[in-house]
Design a protein around this ligand. Structure first.
Ligand code: ADP
Length: 431
């Protein structure tokens, strides 16, 4: 199958807008009535749901921020009584206290639907087996992918994250055609096969659905080659639903990931002013959940930096988002220059002698912020090659405009993902 839901995925833009408008109007009624936070927010802004006639008026609504969710921890933002809630998840808590989210029966059906659409876009087909190495539990990754794959008609192997040895055995013996995990864990798996001298050509796995953290073409090349797969990006966050908010098509790699915008209405706004930006401009991604029942959000400020744009040559009509450069709150400001770690990752990709395993150590010396990039070489001999080191430092200076110390490390010395998200920044500055 080429689409999981061809009718919805290829709606004309007019039909898509009509559907969004209809859904938005129902959503506004529901949250105004059932979520005291939103009623207060509307009243304070002198707004009434009737003032929002269509998605074109959506920017009148104030943003919802992560701090609002924390202020209403755990259930204060729920819009349905608890007896209608069938599942509760929480964010991974990467940036602090986790936020709690809930799903009605219908929300879980929507979740399954968008993940099923995503899997088909990633190359999966009914009858294939999914090696699901996203963590099962409160994190939405494991169960989210599980439900969508089941809906699609795949056989799910619920491996969960970690225990790398066992993952390798299952990949070899159970012969899954599709794997999903974080890109950094795909790196770990790929490196482990290499280390053991196992030829991944003999594996059945063809497609990788990778997400939950920022990644670039550098990692894509490494894991595609290392695991012999076609790797695509899946994006999501628990507050909006979980994985499957957007997905890249395996035949349209590098052109962005489709946002399933019949369910999640996206905007990109200026990080400082909150003003909506034109398509193609980079800013903070903001979502309104058009169909969510238990935990609906209006203009949720994801903190993730990217741009959105329509792609007239694409298989589907929905808007695409570029890959995430990083989280706004993960951005380092080093001697006045804004820095996302993915910028360094892109540079590393240009050096054939390096693996895309790296980290940034941030320190303060004589009151000045310093960044040291630790990169890993593919061979032990290259680890002592000062020539490569100088070239990397020069390229970083030319491209990013910052002088950074570069340390070449021997293969397999920089910490790898043990199953989940990997933190690439070690901040040793005193807080
Ligand atoms: P937490 O915010 O605690 O990590 P989640 O597990 O819900 O909670 O993770 C959602 C976040 O993970 C997103 O807001 C985004 O920062 C990151 N993320 C998810 N998928 C991707 C992706 N494909 N590319 C970049 N970042 C991603």
């Amino acid at each position: 199958m080429e689409y999981f839901n061809k009718e919805k995925e290829t709606l004309s833009l007019d039909a898509l807008r009509n559907l969004q408008n209809k859904r938005l109007s129902h959503l506004l009624e529901r949250v105004y009535e059932n979520v005291p936070f939103y009623k207060r927010q509307f009243d304070q802004a002198g707004l009434h749901p009737d003032d929002i006639k269509s998605v074109d008026d959506i920017s009148k609504i104030p943003f919802t921020k992560k701090s609002d969710l924390r202020d209403h921890y755990p259930y204060g933002m729920f819009a349905t009584p608890m007896d209608e809630v069938q599942r509760i998840h929480a964010s991974s808590g990467t940036t602090g206290k986790p936020t709690v989210v809930g799903y009605t029966k219908n929300d879980l059906e929507v979740f399954d639907e968008v993940v099923a659409r995503s899997l088909v876009a990633a190359g999966a087909q009914p009858g294939m087996k999914l090696h699901n190495a996203y963590g099962y539990g409160l994190f939405t990754g494991g169960l989210g992918m599980h439900g969508g794959a089941t809906k699609l008609g795949m056989a799910v192997i619920p491996v969960s994250g970690g225990m790398t040895e066992r993952q390798l055995t299952i990949l070899q013996d159970f012969k899954p055609e599709v794997i999903c995990c974080t890109p950094s864990y795909a790196q770990t798996l790929s490196a482990s096969f290499l280390e053991k001298g196992i030829d991944t050509k003999d594996l059945a796995v063809k497609f990788g659905v990778l997400g939950a953290e920022p990644w670039t073409e550098a990692i894509r090349s490494q894991v595609e080659e290392g695991l012999q797969i076609t790797a695509t990006n899946i994006y999501g966050l628990s507050e909006i639903i979980g994985p499957g908010v957007s997905q890249e098509d395996f035949e349209e790699q590098g052109t962005g990931s489709y946002i399933w915008e019949d369910h999640f209405y996206p905007e990109v706004v200026d990080r400082d002013t909150g003003k909506v930006l034109p398509f193609g401009q980079e800013g903070v991604l903001v979502f309104t959940t058009l169909t969510k029942e238990a935990f609906p959000l209006l203009r949720y400020w994801t903190n993730d930096i990217c741009s959105i744009n329509y792609d007239a040559n694409a298989k589907r009509s929905h808007i695409k988002m570029s890959s995430i450069k990083g989280r706004s709150d993960d951005m380092l400001i080093i001697r006045g220059v804004n820095l996302f770690y993915t910028q360094v990752e892109e540079i590393i990709h240009q050096f054939g002698a390096l693996t895309p395993n790296y980290r940034l150590l941030v320190t303060k010396e004589k009151n000045m912020d310093q960044v040291c990039v630790e990169v890993e070489t593919k061979s032990h001999t290259d680890a002592a090659n000062n020539n490569i080191k100088d070239q990397i430092a020069l390229k970083i200076k030319d491209t990013i405009g910052l002088s950074m110390n570069v340390t070449l490390c021997s293969p397999n010395t920089i910490p790898k993902s043990q199953g989940g998200k990997l933190s690439r920044i070690v901040d040793r500055r005193e807080k």
